[in-house]
Design a protein around this ligand. Structure first.
Ligand code: ADP
Ligand code: MG
Length: 419
């Protein structure tokens, strides 16, 4: 492979909060495209780029070499898509290098093919600066977790309502989509809502299998069986849906524990819609590593339930318990903020406004609320950024578009098999 003159450019950017210290290899035989991408990368301070103008002839030692020298490899597809495909496959096979690709083509099939081969980002030309910024932010998260010895710290996020109808499904499903998008990590949503969970429905997805398949057969539940039960949302989020039929048998604790163990083994981030199932408090769902979001509203019974749950079950959780006040309307009501804080025993970390028009769109549309620009969506995206360690205010500084616009028709495909 022919290396152009090494471009160890300390790249320029105006907003220092978005500086990434990243080294990137840019491989593209199409000079014009390569120059365009190099120029776009040149707008990001701290990123160093080395350009390669031909595809490598020998793929054997390449993955190791790339992993050693670069945080990410960016590959142009259009000069020779098949050659590019072989390269992506070879780099992604057992390798921790992050691979991004770009193309002028907007065919969905090609995008799916490259994402399945392991590409983390699929950008289209002409490049949108915000898309590149988002992609670099995700590489940066991934790189720091790799350098800490694991790919990312696997995290469990459990959304629990103080009673039915508080907004657990609305918030958790949109949070999961946002987390998959902003982090670029493998993210799974499990719907444990009973009797008929509607998280998948809320995301406009039709699913074939459900938690029932996993829990009924938990003795033979392994990574490959588990993956075969999942559906994929176009944001990249994987979903294990709730059953579409009433299912009377209660699953034993060990079934749920096994399900969570396998899920956490396969995914970096596991998000659970737990409905208002405090009955699951003895399961691994609420172990001391779980990050719990307790969803409540400002009403007499909601605040009373919240108070009981916080004091009886979660008093020792510290920052691992975050209270979310949903449908919050400042200065309107029964209770002032001091009374609310007192009832909750600690201040709510997140306040999601009451916005019927936006929330209603969730169920009606295949375009998740969190992709849109509304106060609900902005708060949920902040929650997701906070959950994966990104600054929550970045979006405000760079504008809404830093969040990848993915308002495309949803694609529900089975999970790829992984070795
Ligand atoms: N912030 C909000 N503003 C307005 N309506 C909301 C909000 N959050 C949720 N809703 C609505 O409240 C109802 C119950 O929400 P849902 O997420 O299904 O609750 P749960 O899963 O806790 O039962 C839904 O109709 C939803 O659209
Ligand atoms: Mg629900």
């Amino acid at each position: 492979m022919e290396a152009k003159q090494a471009m160890a450019i300390p790249l320029q950017i105006t907003d220092s909060s978005s500086a990434f210290q990243l080294s990137v290899a840019l491989i593209d035989a199409d000079d014009q495209h390569r120059r365009e991408v190099a120029k776009a990368l040149a707008g990001f301070q701290g990123t160093t780029v080395r350009e390669y103008s031909t595809f490598p002839a020998n793929l054997d030692d390449l993955p190791e070499m790339m992993e050693k020298h670069y945080d990410a490899v960016i590959i142009g597809l259009d000069s020779d898509p098949e050659c590019a495909f072989d390269l992506v496959e070879s780099l992604c096979d057992n390798n921790s290098t992050t691979v991004m690709v770009y193309t002028e083509q907007t065919q969905l099939e090609q995008a799916v093919r490259f994402m399945r081969a392991g590409a983390r980002e699929y950008l289209t030309l002409p490049l949108v600066r915000a898309d590149m910024a988002g992609a670099l932010a995700r590489i940066s998260i991934r790189r720091s977790s790799i350098s800490h010895g694991k790919r990312v710290s696997r995290k469990l996020f459990v959304f629990l309502g103080v009673k039915g109808g508080c907004g657990v499904t609305t918030i958790s499903s949109n949070f999961a989509v946002a987390l998959a998008q902003v982090s670029g990590q493998r993210t799974l949503l499990i719907d444990l809502g009973l009797p008929l969970g509607d998280a998948a429905l809320n995301l406009g997805m039709i699913t074939q299998y459900s938690t029932t398949n996993a829990l009924q057969d938990y003795n033979r539940l392994d990574a490959s069986f588990f993956r075969s039960l999942l559906a994929k949302h176009s944001s990249g989020l994987s979903v294990l849906a709730a059953p579409g039929e009433f299912f009377p048998a209660q699953a034993p604790t060990e079934a749920l524990d096994k399900l969570l163990a396998v899920a956490r083994q396969c995914f970096d981030y596991v998000v659970v819609d737990a409905g208002s199932r405090i009955d699951l408090k003895e399961t691994a769902l609420f172990d001391e590593n779980a990050n719990i979001y307790l969803i409540t509203q400002v009403g007499i019974s909601e605040l009373r339930n919240a108070n009981r749950m916080v004091t009886q079950f979660f008093s020792a959780r510290g920052h691992k318990l975050q209270i979310v006040l949903n449908r919050f309307t400042p200065h309107a009501l029964l209770f002032d903020e001091a009374q609310i804080d007192k009832a909750l025993t600690k201040p709510a970390v997140w306040k999601i406004p009451d916005d019927f028009a936006t929330a209603r769109r969730t169920g009606n549309s295949a375009n998740p609320v969190v992709f849109q620009d509304s106060p609900i969506a902005r708060t949920i995206r902040q929650m997701a950024r906070n959950a994966c360690g990104l600054p929550t205010n970045l979006e405000k500084k760079q504008g809404f578009s830093l969040f990848r616009p993915f308002a495309k028709p949803l694609l529900v495909v089975p999970e790829p098999e992984e070795g």
